[in-house]
Design a binder for this molecule. Structure first.
Ligand code: ADP
Length: 198
C-alpha cells in the first residue's frame, strides 16, 4: 500500500506516519528526514542543500526524485510506503506517477491533513521550545512563514492533480492525535475493504 501524507509544515505528518508504520507494516519515507540525514553526514549532497533547508526553501525536484527512486527499491519498502513531505511540487507528483507506473505500483490514498495557520505557528514554536538548543534550524516563526508561503505557492497546487484522480481523503488535523490516527485508519480500512471486494 502506498500512501501520501499531505499537509502544511507542522500538520502532524511525521507523528502520524510513525504510527501507521507499525500498524500496517509500511515504511515512512520522509524526504525532510532523508535530507537532514545527508546534512548531518556532511556528504557532498548534504553540503549542497544545508542552506536551502535552513532558509525554508525547496531542494531541487531532480535531487528529491532521484533520492526517492533509489530508496523505493530497497527491501524495507516492498510492503508499502508512507510518503511524508513528498511530493511537494507538481513536477514531483508527476515524476512519482511515472516512477510508480514503472514499478507497477499505485497510490492508494492521499491523506490531506488540514490544520489552520494560527495553530501551525503555535505547534512550531512549541516544537522548537521542547527541542531546547537542539531545535531544527528551520523551526522558527520566521522560517515557518517562508515554508508556509512555499506550501501555498508550490505544494498546494499538487492537490488538484490528486483531486482529479479522486485520491484525496480529508483529515481534520486540528483534532487530538489519537482522533487524527483514527480518521486515517478509517480511510485505510475502507480502502482495504474495497480492494478485497474488487
Ligand atoms: P516540515 O516539517 O516543514 O513539513 P520537512 O521535514 O518535511 O518539513 O522538510 C524540511 C525541509 O526539507 C523543507 O523545508 C525543504 O527545504 C526540504 N524538503 C523536504 N522535502 C522536500 C521535497 N519533497 N522537495 C523539496 N524540498 C524538500
Amino acid at each position: 500500500m502506498i500512501i501520501v501524507l499531505f499537509g502544511p509544515p507542522g500538520a502532524g505528518k511525521g507523528t502520524q506516519a510513525k504510527r501507521l508504520e507499525e500498524r500496517y507494516g509500511l515504511k515512512q519515507l520522509s524526504t525532510g528526514d532523508m535530507l537532514r540525514a545527508a546534512v548531518a553526514e556532511g556528504s557532498p549532497l548534504g553540503r549542497e542543500i544545508k542552506d536551502i533547508i535552513d532558509g525554508g526553501h525547496l531542494v531541487s525536484d531532480d535531487i528529491i526524485i532521484r533520492m526517492i527512486d533509489a530508496r523505493m527499491d530497497q527491501a524495507d519498502c516492498q510492503q508499502g510506503v508512507i510518503f511524508d513531505g513528498f511530493p511537494r511540487t507538481v513536477a514531483q507528483a508527476e515524476a512519482l506517477d511515472a516512477m510508480l507506473a514503472r514499478k507497477n505500483k499505485q497510490i492508494a490514498s492521499v491523506l490531506l491533513i488540514n490544520v489552520d495557520e494560527q495553530e501551525l505557528y503555535r505547534r512550531i514554536e512549541r516544537r522548537a521550545a521542547e527541542a531546547a538548543g537542539k531545535a531544527r534550524e528551520d523551526d522558527n516563526a520566521e522560517t515557518l512563514k517562508k515554508r508556509l508561503e512555499i506550501y501555498r505557492g508550490q505544494t498546494a497546487p499538487v492537490l488538484p492533480f490528486y483531486r482529479q484522480k479522486e485520491l484525496i481523503a480529508e483529515i481534520d488535523g486540528m483534532a487530538a492525535l489519537d482522533t487524527v490516527t483514527a480518521q486515517i485508519e478509517a480511510v485505510l480500512e475502507q480502502h482495504q475493504q474495497a480492494k478485497k471486494r474488487a
